[in-house]
Each structure stands twice: as C-alpha cells, then as structure tokens.
Write a protein that binds this ligand. Structure first.
Ligand code: N01
Length: 494
C-alpha cells in the first residue's frame, strides 16, 4: 500500500448513535476523509431513537451527558428527557455535517476480513471494501424477552419497553409490568399517574436513591449560555460527584459505599410509609450490586392506590394475564416487559468473520472478551466500541466513549505511521487484560451476592471494575507489544 493510501485509510462506522457520530467527527478531524457511516434506521440517535417509553430520561445529569466539545446550556431539566437527548444528537450530527454522510436504512449484514481488507455487504445489496471497521452498535441494543411459559398466549397487548406501542392508550386499562430495573422505574413513575390499574411484578427489589429533577428556568439557561465557563464548571462538578459517590461505592471504597447505602436506605425509610410495603421493597443485597436506581418518583408511584406490587414468582402467562406461583391469575389488558437487554449480543445479527473466516461466535465460543473492551484477536483493524467490560455503572457513557475514541485514533495513527502492520491485539494481551479485569472484581460490590447484567454467566464482570481515572490512564498510550507486530505471510508486509 502506498504511503498516500496509508495516510488516508477508508473507515466504515457501523451505527450513527452517540458513539458513531462522535467517531465520525474525530476521524474527520484526524484528516480521514473516506468514512462510510452505515445506519440501519432512518435517523441518528441510537438508544435514544429506539427507547421512547413514557418517562424515558437519562439518570446521569444532562450537563454531564453531553459531548465534551458540545455543551448544551438549554437542557430543560437536571435529568434530560429522552426526546430532548434525541434532539441533541440530531442537532450535533447536523451542525457537524455528519448527518449528510450517513447512509440511512442500510444495515450491515456481512462484514468479512479478506486479504487484508474488510468487505461489507449491506441490506441494500451494496458492497464496501474498507481498511478499518468501527462497530458503534451500542451495548444495550437487543431487548431481552423473558423465558416465561405461555408468553405468546397472552390475548391482550404485549410489548417490550424498547419497542413501546404508542397506539395503545393505557387509560382505563389493567396494565402489568414485569421488572423493576432502571427502565421499569421510569415507566412506573410515569404511567402510574394515568387512570389505569397497574400491577408491578417484582422479582428482586432495587435500591433507589432520590436526586430531585430540577427544572432549569429560562434565566438560568440564558446565564449558562452566556457563560461557557459556568457550564464547564457544572459538568466538572457532576462528574466529580458521580465519580466520588456511585462509582467509587461499587468499585471498592468503603466510605462512599457506606454513604450511598445510607442514602438509599434513608430514602426507602422516609419515602415508604407502610412497613409491610417497605419490607417488600427492601432488597436483600448490598447497595450498588445491581445498577442503582436514581428516581425521586418511584416510591411515590408505588404508593398510589391504583398501583399494586406483586412479589410472588411468575409461573406462566395465560391468555388472561399473569399466573403467579400461588395459582392466582392477574387479569390484564396490557403486559409490558421491562426485562432489560441481552448485553453480550453486541453487533449481532451481523455475519462477522475475521481472519481465516472465523466467525465472531467461534471467537467468543468460550467467552465474550476483548482487549481493552475494543480489539478482538483474529479481527484485525476492527474496533468494537463500548465492548465487553466498558461500562461504568451510573456514569456517563459518553465520557467513556470519548476516551475510547481517542485511543482508537492513536491506534489508527500507529498504523498510518507503519508502526503497526494491522491493529490486532494478541491473544496473550487479551488474556492478560481479562485476568486483570477479573482481579479487579474482588474489591467490587458485585461479588457480594446478586445477579444482573453486570456479571456474565461465570460470575465474571461485564463492567469496568476499576475507577474512572484508571480507565482514562490506561487509554492514554497504546502498548505496542500488546499488538501483533508481524502480519501473516499472505498479508501485505510493512
Ligand atoms: O433492565 P434490567 P433495564 N421474570 O436488566 C426483571 C440502562 N438504562 O432495562 O432483578 C421476572 O436492569 C429483572 O429482575 P431481576 C442501565 O444501564 C439506563 O431496566 O433480574 N422478572 C429486573 O427487575 C440499566 O442497567 C437508563 O430479578 C424478570 C428487570 O426485569 C440497563 O439500561 C435508563 C425476568 C430488568 O432490569 C438495563 O435496565 C434505563 C423474568 N423472567 C436503563 N427477567 C438511564 O437513565 C427479567 N426480569 C441512563
């Protein structure tokens, strides 16, 4: 490959959500012009386009849930609502000229590494051949449908929260919701105010911390808009507060853990008056073991007369509704599944094959793992953004993505300068990295007895078990020895 070509690699970015938009902006800033952004839907926005359930909002403060280079003085609330966040991403994509680069309604169906290049086939039948692929397909993308017998037999309306059916008016209906995770708590807080009878099927109680959702006045917004330094200070403050409370509490600091536990327990004690209901809403695991719920309305909603908490296990679903283990049938018109996502599915159902035709399923047969959550041995020049072990619970995923994006650009730069023949982590480096993740697990609260998508089937972490600062530090400089330095003979030499 000529020096000129090496300087201007072609890059396919799969997905135009938060990370895809960011990556396209950064690639362009790095002087890379040959960028193909492929998006299966007809709009940018990713998770915020897909999740439109009532009450959808971000429980990370809005001034921190923005790109660092594009603050937004106009957020209406401390916790921005989903449609406002969606508008933010649309605006940024528009302002930065990214929207016009996106190929909408074009899903990548095949992505094969052949003769040193990635060959993509899309749902429109188009073929693209590129040097690099960035999969910006998101973490929690595939809804998890519960394996409850009889689910298909329900005669009423049934949907998953990530596929909300806006055609059905819940007023006057008997509504059931399965799950009490972050999503369910937002939905319950919102729809409990409607004139409906709502039954909440709770398998495991959740710890909830109340942080009031302040609405910004027009004067405050105008002031923030005039004073970018204030806006930046606000962002820093929220980042500092989250890092030193929620993040540290789960990754091993006894002091923040005691503090956050106290907050959650006090919230439950003060908010729920009826001791019997309080007992049923009290979790039996340490605070932070599952994702902490941030809500100032969930407990209030659970005490409304039209809301009923059901804690008896679900046995099956019948035509009429939910049958619990005690033989009762809870008759329903609508059943909502707030049962979360399949966090290990990543870029599925794409047919992804690395070197020698090895499929991603084969590569991950033993375990879903990557080097630095990003590089999969055998898949050269392929980056899985926000891959395994990347999320930090209750922190801004945008901040994490920005760090990872800069790291990817450093790797591409090494390739451009011919310091790496391809960007491919070695199997040993991946193993070492995952041993290191496992070692970090011991101190976290996740090992103290609870089950959630924060852990995989072997009980190993699916999250980042260390601090935010460590995430930043470890992405500052790529370690060359962790990458394949000599390409296979049939691939182009340096
Ligand atoms: O999903 P979840 P989620 N029978 O997996 C229950 C992000 N998020 O959509 O705890 C009965 O947390 C399950 O019960 P249990 C955030 O990262 C962010 O709420 O397993 N119940 C649980 O109660 C979050 O972590 C925001 O016993 C069943 C619930 O369903 C992630 O999305 C907002 C069941 C699933 O909870 C996922 O949250 C919302 C069954 N068979 C979400 N199967 C922000 O504001 C599952 N459950 C940024």
């Amino acid at each position: 490959m000529s020096d000129e070509k090496r300087q201007n690699p072609s890059v396919a970015v799969i997905g135009a959500g938060m990370t895809g938009i960011l990556m396209a902006i950064r690639l362009r800033e790095a002087g890379i012009a040959d960028i193909h952004i492929l998006e299966k839907a007809d709009r940018v926005g990713g998770t915020w386009r897909e999740n439109t359930y009532p009450g959808v909002a971000c429980d990370v403060p809005a001034h921190m849930y923005t790109y660092s280079f594009r603050a937004n003085p106009w957020w209406s609330h401390r916790f921005a609502h989903g449609d406002e966040i969606q508008r933010y991403f649309e605006q940024v994509a528009e302002e930065q000229g990214i929207r016009e680069m996106v190929r909408f309604n074009e899903a990548v169906e095949q992505c094969h590494y052949v003769d040193g290049k990635w060959r993509l086939k899309t749902s429109k039948g188009a073929e693209r051949v590129v040097d690099f692929v960035v999969s910006a397909t998101g973490i929690l993308h595939h809804p998890a449908y519960p394996d409850i017998p009889g689910l298909d037999s329900f005669a009423g309306d049934l949907w998953h929260t990530a596929r909300w059916n806006h055609d059905v008016d819940l007023r006057g209906k008997r509504v059931g919701i399965i799950g009490t995770g972050s999503t369910a708590c937002q939905v319950i807080a919102e729809i409990s105010g409607l004139d409906c009878e709502l039954t909440v099927f709770q398998r495991t109680a959740q710890w909830v911390v109340s942080v009031p959702d302040k609405e910004y006045s027009e004067q405050e917004k105008a002031r923030l808009s005039r004073k970018p330094s204030r806006l930046a200070a606000l962002r820093r403050w929220y980042a500092f507060a989250l890092r030193h409370t929620f993040s540290k509490a789960v990754t091993g600091s006894k002091l923040p853990h005691a503090y956050v536990s106290w907050l959650a327990k006090r919230n439950l004690r003060k908010s729920v008056r009826d001791p019997e209901l309080r007992a049923r809403l009290t979790p039996d695991y340490p605070v932070g073991c599952k994702r902490l719920i941030i809500s100032s309305h969930f407990y209030e909603a659970m005490q409304r007369d039209n809301v009923h908490l059901e804690t008896t296990a679900i046995e099956r679903i019948s035509e009429q509704g939910v049958v619990t283990a005690d033989g009762r049938t809870h008759e329903l018109d609508v059943l909502i599944l707030a049962t979360g996502f399949r966090p290990f599915d990543f870029m599925r159902p794409m047919d992804l094959r690395g070197r020698d035709g090895v499929t991603i399923d084969e590569a991950w047969k033993k375990k879903v793992q990557a080097y630095r959550s990003l590089c999969i041995p055998g898949f050269p020049n392929f980056f899985l953004m926000l891959g395994p072990n990347s999320p930090i619970g209750n922190y801004s995923v945008i901040a994490m993505s920005e760090v990872q994006t800069d790291y990817v650009l450093k790797l591409i730069d090494l390739w451009r300068r011919r310091e790496l023949p391809t960007v491919e982590a070695t199997e040993e480096a991946k193993q070492r990295y995952n041993d290191y993740l496992k070692a970090g697990m011991g101190k976290t609260v996740w090992v103290r007895g609870c089950q959630s998508w924060y852990l995989d089937a072997d009980g190993d972490p699916a999250m980042w078990p260390y601090s935010w600062q460590q995430w930043v530090r470890e992405h500052e400089q790529p370690v060359l020895d962790d990458f394949v330095r000599q390409p296979p003979a049939e691939e182009e030499p340096l």
